[in-house]
Design a protein around this ligand. Structure first.
Ligand SMILES: Nc1nc2c(ncn2[C@@H]2O[C@H](COP(=O)(O)OP(=O)(O)OP(=O)(O)O)[C@@H](O)[C@H]2O)c(=O)[nH]1
Ligand SMILES: [Mg+2]
Length: 427
């Protein structure tokens, strides 16, 4: 198993290519350093190679790999962590050349998940994802695996140890998959019992402040820590926003750039809370230099789990850390329905409650409107009063998907009808 014990000495490696600029890769390495730290490794050195393309055999250039091998020996390195996913061939070649453990971003994320998993559900989900990750990467280094699965991995005549290991892993994967399906069914039964309240789910990049927000609303005692992936399980609390507005608020695992796909898939039952929510509260750490990219990562992950397109409140958290008010001005200009708060300091929380209440009351609705060529003045009005979710032009006119206040939408439709009657068209 991939285990990074306490204080293993690590080197981080990133590659900048024409499509992945140097500055950005530096930020990614910064995040990778936090991941390494969360996994209990000590980052001794970072390497950033600029290349035209990724090397198929070694990921980095062969010369660089040899240099890395000397460096690893000289600095007594235990583990080398690559920021991008490595192919089985790349791992094998690198392991031949460099005498220490080679791991990639997915591997380290899985490792952190494995060390944080507490409940039976989380443990099962992480183990499944780890085995799926491991299966195509089995190399000679892993030939001890079958011993961990007791009697299953008895070596058959003429078979190699690796084949035996693969079979043991496949058997275990199918066992875990069945177990996860059963857990999923149990959760569904639990959810059915709580159907009378609207369900809101906190989503966001890891460390954004989701659990802090849940604690603020509910007085719950969910673990809040300045580390990546503090939360792995879902917690659901009944919260009274106002005496008339009671909701079920759930907190769950955070997302990150390149969250391994099999991890997302095996966390399906945990993420059901998000998939089945009525409203999402997308929490953003606005003090982070890459917060916009983090928003994009969260949106992609929501799509991956089939939870996209739900009514969403964008909550820009940690405003107390902003030295510069320009960021808030920027956020208000670019995210029309943003709420800027500090969950830790309790700043502007009534605005958040108001936003949630108005969404709950259905005062905000989403609709798709189609306008003809002579109706661009109406399109301008839509832009003024609503949040444009999507806009498509074709030869006939414009189709706009918009989120806006229900009353304003009714007024707008009425004006459109009057205008069309005046123009002799039917609506
Ligand atoms: N300064 C400041 N720190 C905050 C604020 N909200 C949360 N934090 C801190 O940010 C860190 C992460 O907070 P969490 O609530 O654990 O974040 P999370 O989104 O649940 O993170 P994961 O469970 O790891 O995905 C903690 O150290 C919090 O104390 C805030 O408004 N201001
Ligand atoms: Mg959390």
């Amino acid at each position: 198993m991939i285990r990074t014990g306490e204080h293993e000495r690590a080197i981080l490696v990133g590659v900048a290519t024409p499509s992945e600029r140097r500055g950005r890769v530096e930020d990614y390495l910064e995040e990778l350093a936090r991941l390494a730290d969360s996994a209990g490794a000590e980052v001794v050195h970072r390497i950033l190679q600029v290349r035209h393309s990724i090397n198929a055999a070694f990921f980095i250039g062969r010369g660089k790999a040899e240099e890395l091998s000397y460096l690893a020996e000289g600095k007594k390195i235990d583990i080398i962590i690559f920021d991008d996913d490595l192919s089985a061939v790349q791992v094998r070649n690198l392991e031949k050349l460099i005498k220490c453990k080679i791991i990639d971003r997915s591997g380290i994320i899985l490792d952190i998940f494995a060390s944080r998993a507490r409940t039976n559900e989380a443990k099962t989900q992480v183990e499944l994802a780890q085995l799926q990750y491991m299966l195509p990467r089995l190399t000679r280094q892993w030939t001890h695996l079958s011993k961990q699965f007791g009697g299953i991995g008895t070596k058959g005549p003429g078979e190699t140890q690796i084949e035996t290991d693969r079979r043991a892993i496949r058997t275990r994967i199918s066992h875990l998959s069945t177990k996860i399906r059963e857990i999923g069914k149990e959760r569904e039964v639990q959810r059915k019992g709580r159907e009378q309240f609207p369900r809101l789910a906190l989503v966001g990049y890891t460390n954004a402040g989701k659990s802090t927000l849940l604690n603020w609303f509910s007085g719950a005692d969910v673990v809040v820590e300045d580390m990546l992936f503090a939360t792995l399980d879902s917690t659901v609390r009944l919260v009274s926003l106002t005496p008339a507005h009671r909701i079920l608020l759930s907190d769950t695992v955070g997302f990150i750039r390149k969250l391994p796909h099999n991890l997302v898939a095996s966390f399906k039952s945990t993420l059901d809370e998000v998939r089945e929510a009525d409203i999402l509260i997308h929490v953003i750490d606005v003090s982070h230099p890459l917060f916009e990219e983090q928003i994009a990562v969260v949106n992609e992950t929501l799509e991956e789990i089939g939870a996209q397109g739900k009514p969403t409140v964008m909550v820009f958290n940690k405003v107390d850390l902003l030295g510069n008010r320009n960021v808030i001005a920027y956020v208000s200009a670019n995210f029309p329905h943003a709420v800027c708060i500090s969950a830790a300091r309790g700043i502007n929380m009534s605005a958040l409650t108001d936003a949630l209440v108005s969404l709950l009351e259905g005062t905000v609705v989403e609709e798709t409107l189609t306008f003809g060529q002579g109706e661009y003045d109406m399109v301008a009005r839509v832009h003024e009063t609503g949040e444009i979710l999507e806009e498509r032009y074709d030869g006939e006119g414009i189709t706009v998907r918009v989120r806006m206040n229900r009353t304003r939408l009714e007024q707008l439709k009425k004006s459109l009808l009057i205008k069309r009657k005046g123009d002799g068209r039917t609506a």
